[in-house]
Ligand binder design. Structure first.
Ligand code: ATP
Ligand code: MG
Length: 495
């Protein structure tokens, strides 16, 4: 895509940036920077993340990638950002690049869609809440790009959009889902797990489910998989390409930009300048330590007091944790978790009762908003579960309870100087809790609380649990206090 031939000038070599003739490149409509940007644009995997330092040229590459398909009449493409404001940046880069690269291409302002003379289209859109995916229902795209992927708190949108990836056989198009991102942001943890952790950067690997860690395989109900003998086989390849500022000679030359990044707080500097994915931006519980807080499961003695806590969400997630109180040091042992979505109250009640069959569960605490009636008639979610025999009482949601709950978790995570033990431990089968707790970010505007945009259902569950004033029941064996067990503590909710 060279506008006019130009004799090659050389610029003095720098230690950091690749040797690119910037003067020449400026006369070129688009030329990938050697190194990661070129690798990203050349990758053949269905899913690829170009992630790392700020200013590496990620968004620019994202906008440039669709250009090569604008001559394919059947190319139907979608580029998303989380919000409309953020989308503007991409639209303006595309307006600079596309008309030069594809003469005759038109931008329909109202639909934010590029239409090439061949008929190929690129829709530039935003995708804020999980429900927004319905906007793309029934559509098929051959290329889908997510700019700043960690802005999405959960993998829901990314996974949903994979189902929109389709092209007719005669189109000659391969299917691609592309993402760029800085480390940090509410989705840092799942993006890291899906793309960064599974393999050496730059190497292709079979995609895993970021929530379970299991390889994604072709489902048995897929006709395509059945016809092609693919059922149970790995489904798609992924790749992660790391980016650093020094990849980008357009910015690396600008010492001011680097100096600005250097002056940032340590964790931001490491994320934005070095592209370091191991740094958690303002993690709320930096003291969480697998070596201290996660233990091998063991059989919990029958006489330990047990209870459960829950945060219910139908379209997002429901998190339930079961706790036991070690009577010797009053330590909480989180021994089971249930983390599900799209489960109705009645079914959830059955799942809970089945999981704890044979155990004596003293009480359950549940998000108090679940006693609110959603429609004009009919029982609330809590009532529907209680009707099934799965009893709950409302968790504390009073003013200040979020902050005091967070403080109580800090106190529980602390190692008690008297016992040398933390005041809460987790069985290693509570996988989602163990993954989410150490990465849950602080609220940037209120460091007393966590960022409620992140995946916080199990955190809320844990908070309700630790705030329910759990005490061991050693004294229950005292015949004098035994009968007290039968006194309902809350007549309204049956306890
Ligand atoms: N191949 C290229 N040709 C010309 N200019 C480029 C190229 N790649 C990047 N640039 C320039 O570098 C600037 C920074 O790139 P870009 O905005 O894509 O970085 P980024 O990695 O998305 O940064 P951030 O992490 O801040 O979002 C762009 O505005 C663009 O001017
Ligand atoms: Mg960018």
């Amino acid at each position: 895509m060279v506008e006019e031939p130009e004799e090659k000038k050389t610029i003095p070599a720098t230690v950091k940036a690749p040797d690119v003739d910037i003067d020449r490149a400026r006369r070129v409509i688009f030329e990938a920077i050697p190194g990661p940007q070129t690798d990203f644009l050349a990758s053949t995997e269905q899913e690829c993340l170009y992630g790392g330092a700020a200013g590496g040229g990620k968004s620019y590459a994202m906008v440039a990638d669709p250009v090569r398909y604008f001559n394919s009449p059947k190319a139907n493409m979608l580029l998303v950002r989380r919000s409309t404001e953020e989308l503007r940046e991409l639209v303006s880069v595309s307006k600079e690049l596309y008309p030069k690269a594809i003469p005759g291409i038109k931008f329909l302002e109202r639909d934010k869609t590029w239409v090439a003379p061949s008929g190929a289209t690129l829709w530039m859109s935003y995708l804020d809440r999980d429900d927004d995916v319905t906007r793309y229902q029934g559509q098929a795209f051959s290329w889908i790009g997510f700019d700043e992927l960690t802005q999405w708190p959960t993998p829901y949108a990314w996974n949903y959009m994979r189902t929109r990836l389709r092209a007719s056989k005669d189109s000659g198009l391969n299917l691609y889902q592309r993402a760029t991102s800085n480390p940090g942001g509410p989705g840092h943890a799942w993006v890291k797990k899906a793309f960064v952790d599974p393999a050496t950067p730059g190497e292709s690997f079979w995609a895993v489910d970021p929530e379970t860690g299991e390889t994604l395989v072709w489902p048995s109900n897929s006709n395509f998989a059945k016809e092609n003998d693919l059922v149970g086989k790995p489904m798609l390849k992924r790749k992660f390409i790391p980016a650093t500022l020094f990849d980008n000679p357009y910015l690396a030359e600008d010492g001011l930009y680097e100096a600005n990044l250097l002056s940032m707080p340590e964790h931001l500097r490491r994320q934005l300048l070095d592209g370091d994915w191991d740094i958690q931006e303002g993690a709320a519980f930096p003291e969480f330590n697998r070596k201290i807080h996660v233990i091998e499961p063991y059989d919990i003695p029958d006489n330990w007091m047990k209870f459960r806590a829950a945060d219910y969400g139908y379209s997002s997630h429901t998190g339930i944790l079961w706790f036991a109180v070690d009577p010797y040091d009053e330590k909480l042992v989180v021994y089971r978790e249930l983390y599900v979505s799209k489960v109705l109250a009645e079914d959830l009640a059955e799942m809970v009762l089945e999981a704890e069959y044979g155990e004596k569960i003293r009480y359950g605490v549940l998000d108090s908003s679940l006693w609110h009636k959603r429609g004009d008639t009919g029982p609330s979610i809590a009532e529907r579960m209680i009707a099934k025999g799965c009893r709950w009482r409302p968790a504390d949601r009073s003013a200040g309870s979020r902050v005091s709950g967070k403080n109580e978790i800090h106190r529980r995570l602390q190692v008690d100087p008297d016992t040398g033990q933390p005041r809460v431990v987790f069985f290693n089968n509570c996988k989602n809790t163990i993954e989410q707790l150490p990465v849950i970010p602080l609220d940037k505007r209120n460091s007393e609380d966590v960022d409620t945009n992140s995946e916080d259902h199990l955190y809320d569950t844990l908070r309700y649990g630790v705030m329910s004033r759990p005490r061991s029941n050693l004294f229950d064996r005292d015949p004098n206090s035994y009968k007290n067990n039968f006194t309902p503590s809350d007549s309204q909710f049956g306890y």
